[in-house]
Ligand binder design. Structure first.
Ligand code: SF4
Length: 407
């Protein structure tokens, strides 16, 4: 067991419901793939017209500041007017980030999206997906596909490149190898995201109620009636990463609405090259980055451009203010003294985000991410995107209560 992660050692990200780093726009719930951990029912006829997308962006503008707008779904690349949507987000001053499985991305499409103002991509790639040509592949075998997209973005230039993967009980052991792969490509892969698998169990001692009436959860995309691991914690994922990187050290977090000691979003910023990680930014660095961005741009920082992430030497000038940067600078200087050739290698910064979505408490309450970044719009309200299906199916949030028969 490595060093415990303590909230008191980390920076609590300042993100709230009305003032956040990210918002979540869903122009469609159509998708060209099936993923195990998906929260959305695939509806091929669910493209929203541009007027509705415009209206939802206006609701965001009215109620919530955000730096980045995740354009998600479904797969947003299935939307026939995706370029227009990217343009709308960019013209509002947001950074358009496309969350996609990548299946429909070609170099030509990428060019058109760049012209429309896309800031970045988050590619969802993991072994829980039914991908043509990649069925039954392991996480390690999927690195070939990850690299294809990272290179495509790098060739187009100055586009943020992130990968996310759902982590299942049986793939927890594969996380360190993906983190190692990310290091090998730290110059073109800017963010890695690991999301612990969650689902609503149908046969594990809960009844589900809406307005006091028992409902059938079965039609909900994230309801499961088989035994699966749904309790991987963000700290389990960090522990797995530490099996390869023992000094891996997060700097910032969001807590749970029911559990202040749970790390729902746990952020680590590492610095180095493809050959060597020199260290990890500390909490003061993240506090400075968030505060300065809010002072200068009016929003908390979500995504940095690849150019900014390549300015690690300038960032290390802040070492007197942050012990993580100071340790990184010391490690770097020692290494350069031993191997002067290292001085000519460019340093890069890469984020590793670990997400622990909704947790069932023993009394049936759900612990959500406090300051949820993935808030979306439903009927002019700001709502959790991970539980949207409850509103579309039942018109209200579902409450879970322990079954009376105590099963
Ligand atoms: S509360 Fe749900 S939608 Fe919000 S960040 Fe957590 S998992 Fe995502």
């Amino acid at each position: 067991m490595s060093n415990p992660i303590l909230a008191t050692d980390l920076y609590r990200l300042p993100w709230t419901l009305p003032d956040n780093a990210i918002s979540w726009l869903e122009p469609t719930s159509a998708c060209n793939l099936y993923c195990d951990g998906c929260y959305r029912k695939n509806d091929p006829n669910a493209h929203k017209p541009l007027e509705q997308v415009r209206h939802e962006l206006d609701i965001f503008r009215k109620f919530r500041k955000a730096d980045g707008i995740s354009i998600a779904g479904g797969d947003p690349l299935t939307h026939p007017q995706i370029e227009k949507i990217v343009e709308m987000v960019a013209s509002d001053g947001g950074k358009p980030i496309i969350n996609t499985n990548g299946g429909l991305l070609t170099p030509e499409k990428l060019k058109a999206l760049k012209k429309a103002g896309v800031f970045g991509f988050t590619f969802h790639i993991d072994s829980g997906q039914q991908r043509p040509h990649f069925k039954g592949k392991t996480e390690a075998e999927l690195n070939e596909l990850r690299l294809k997209f990272a290179r495509m973005l790098a060739e187009e230039g100055d586009i943020s490149c992130a990968f996310n993967a759902t982590v299942y009980g049986h793939t927890l052991k594969d996380v360190p190898a993906t983190v190692e792969w990310g290091q090998k490509h730290i110059d073109i892969v800017h963010i890695l995201v690991f999301i612990a698998y969650r689902a609503a169990p149908l046969h594990e001692g809960y009844d589900y109620l809406v307005g006091g009436e028992k409902i059938d959860m079965a039609p909900i995309a994230y309801a499961i009636d088989e035994k699966k691991t749904i309790s991987i914690m963000s700290t389990d994922i960090v522990e797995a990463i530490r099996s390869k990187y023992p000094d891996f050290q997060p700097c910032a977090y969001l807590n749970g609405t029911e559990r202040p000691d749970h790390f729902k979003w746990l952020l680590t910023m590492r610095m180095g090259t493809a050959d060597r990680i020199y260290g990890y930014a500390g909490p003061r660095f993240m506090e400075i980055a968030q505060t300065l961005h809010h002072l200068t741009h009016g929003t908390y920082l979500a995504y940095s451009s690849p150019r900014v992430l390549g300015r690690v030497r300038s960032m290390l000038m802040l070492s007197p203010l942050d012990h993580g940067l100071a340790r990184t600078a010391t490690g770097y200087l020692h290494h350069v003294m031993r191997s002067p050739g290292a001085l000519f290698k460019k340093l890069h910064m890469q984020s590793v985000m670990v997400i622990q979505p909704a947790d069932f408490m023993p009394n049936g309450a759900l612990s959500m991410c406090d300051g949820c970044p993935d808030i979306t719009v439903h009927e002019d309200r700001l709502v959790w995107s991970c539980r949207l299906e409850e509103l579309t199916n039942f018109g209200d949030w579902v409450r879970a209560v322990p079954s009376k028969n105590g099963e």
